[in-house]
Design a protein around this ligand. Structure first.
Ligand SMILES: *Cc1c(COP(=O)(O)O)cnc(C)c1O
Length: 387
């Protein structure tokens, strides 16, 4: 099977080689895309490990091995989108179970929880998990799961994973962390005591804005078994082509994240010094209230930044001027994407909901890409000049 990697190899090496060994049949250096729904069997009950592609597929198996290695887990079942992965995690619960969630999650997550899953008897409460005590206070007798994102979207609030995982252990609730914003390159929640990690692989893991996907990284065999069963039973699996796009994307994850981080830090400092901007939310800035936790829990600060332009009118004036930064939802691609949370990703929260957690009409969120820094800064400067 060519080069065998293990946990001792560095991150970039594992990203390129784990699960990505040359094809044993032909020597092809890239994992082939196995476009086959079914697999011929040698006799009754005899096969080469594959029977039907909803259950398992060779391209998908290689990707799952790769992602498990990058997050330090034992398995990493992949799903058709980040939301399908989150739905699978929630499907591990049963009616009557209660989940404590962060109050500043990716908008689609509370939409799934409140508008779909409460109808199946699951209960959810939302607290500010940046204060670890709030989690403990919200835990009830029937709490089975604590679900957090760190940093959050768009306010870049952090949650202390080690502290929350100690509470979860004591209360026998599973800690699930959405690690989409940092990627396994900058944050390893399992190492801080989390039980499972989810990603929208659509973002940094894929990195090229050309395929949706989701993954749940497991730390224990019983989780892996249950999620493999859910792939088979519910069928929201990732297609072989999207698996291949991800296998290709992760090869450059380490290199991309380094540039995202460098560009992110410079853009955050530029915005923090700009007279038209009243506030910048970025964990890499020394005045971020959780800068110390950020340094302890993450190995970089990434490229997600939110800033305050003062009003909807100012935000619109700025966004209309931009030529390098594209006004679009989503994040984590090589291209700089910029968005307006109040009218885009967080519109569904309503004015009251946004006010309650501190999202204003003047806020703009940027996912800094890996273009030349000078071009990004010039573009932002010209946009801000319109305010
Ligand atoms: C995008 C996103 C999701 C949802 O993922 P999809 O791939 O769009 O279904 C979940 N969590 C976070 C933090 C995200 O950014």
């Amino acid at each position: 099977m060519g080069m065998k990697q293990n946990k001792q190899s560095g991150f970039a090496t594992r990203a390129i080689h784990d699960g990505q060994e040359p094809d044993p049949l032909t020597g092809a250096v890239n994992v082939p895309i196995y476009l086959s729904s079914t697999y011929v069997q040698q006799g009754i009950g005899q096969n080469k490990g594959y029977e039907y592609s909803r259950v398992s597929n060779p391209t998908r198996a290689r990707l799952e091995q790769n992602l498990a290695s990058l997050e330090g887990g034992i398995a990493a079942p992949v799903f058709a989108s980040g939301m399908a992965a989150i739905n699978a995690v929630a499907s591990m619960l049963t009616a009557g179970d209660h989940v404590v969630c962060g109050n500043d999650l990716y908008g689609g997550t509370p939409r799934l929880f409140n508008q779909v899953l409460t109808g199946f008897g699951l209960e959810f409460s939302y607290v500010d998990t940046s204060q670890a005590d709030n989690v403990e206070r919200a835990i009830r007798k029937n709490t089975r799961m604590v679900y957090v994102e760190t940093p959050t979207n768009p306010l870049m609030r952090l949650s202390d994973l080690a502290a929350i995982s100690r509470t979860c252990r004591r209360k026998k609730a599973a800690l699930v962390v959405d690690n989409t914003f940092m990627s396994p390159y900058f944050q390893q929640p399992l190492a801080h005591g989390a039980d499972m990690v989810v990603h929208s692989t659509t973002k940094f893991l894929n990195g090229h804005s050309d395929g949706l996907g989701g993954v749940v990284v497991c730390s224990r065999p019983e989780q892996a078994e249950k999620l493999a069963f859910l792939q088979k039973a519910a069928g929201a699996i990732l297609s072989p082509f999207e698996c291949w796009l991800l296998l290709r994307g992760v090869k450059t994850l380490a290199a991309r994240m380094e540039v995202h981080d460098t560009n992110g830090r410079v853009v955050a400092e530029f915005l923090a010094k700009h007279r038209k901007i009243s506030r910048v939310f970025y964990p890499g800035l020394p005045n971020h209230p959780q800068h110390q936790l950020a340094k302890r829990q993450m190995s970089g600060f990434g490229s997600m930044i939110t800033f305050e332009t003062g009003s909807l009118k100012n935000a619109n004036r700025m966004l209309k001027k931009l030529r390098v930064c594209s006004l679009a939802e989503s994040l984590g691609g090589v291209e700089t994407l910029i968005s307006h949370p109040a009218t885009m990703t967080h519109a569904a929260l309503g004015e009251k909901g946004r006010k309650a957690i501190g999202i204003t009409d003047g806020m703009v969120r940027i996912s800094v890409g890996i273009e030349d820094l000078r071009d990004i800064l010039e573009d932002l400067e010209s946009g801000l000049a319109a305010i």
